[in-house]
Design a protein. Sequence first.
Length: 249
Amino acid sequence: MTASFPSNQLAAALERSGWFRSAPAAMQAQLLRVGRVERLVAGERLFTRGDSDDGLYCVLDGLVRIGAASSAGKEALLAVIEPVNWFGEIALFDGRPRTHDAYAERDSELFHVPRAALAALLEGTPAYWHAFGLLLTQKLRLAFDAIEEAALLPAAPRIARRLLLMAGGYGEPGALRRILKVPQEDLAMMLALSRQTINQVLKQFETQGALKLRYAEIEIADEQKLAALAELSPTHGNGALGFKYPPTS
């Protein structure tokens, strides 16, 4: 469903995205001109694995689930995309179908730049490919970190790191969210851990003063303590929460 959104409010919303802010001013203006705001109701499908590429999206409000389901109905949840993060850039580069499913977790507003408009933009100014490449490589670094952590770290630091990553907007400079609206079941699926393990670890973190737990919400009460539980050093960081995650090459 297409939604109306005042242009000044739209520009201000997108300016909260570090990737958008760092893009050339002319490219920002062109994206604002050719994009449109769309609204999804909770549970509505945006696209499914195997669908043709229809462009690039940014979450302005709400939450979007990115994952896949087996033939038996078991879901693998990769991420819950929050404002103001972009997604859908993989198909822009390879022209192949969507890699995963995308659904609205709750009522959401998205900024959508259609595929045809992106193609025209990049054909007119090939130098803009570099900006989109940076968006892609940011996601690739996060994926490498997740693979490494799953292989090398026990549950507790993995959970702490994921919470810090989500609070920091998945690497968005300046982003800081102390209230994470993520059910423990979703966190368990994202980390491929049992719901029981997630609950036990989060309660330990709460006892240690790092978190406060509420229904379908996790509040970061003390990021310094949570960073220590994640085995991160707060003196070495410059990220959204003041911490830097292990780099990948």
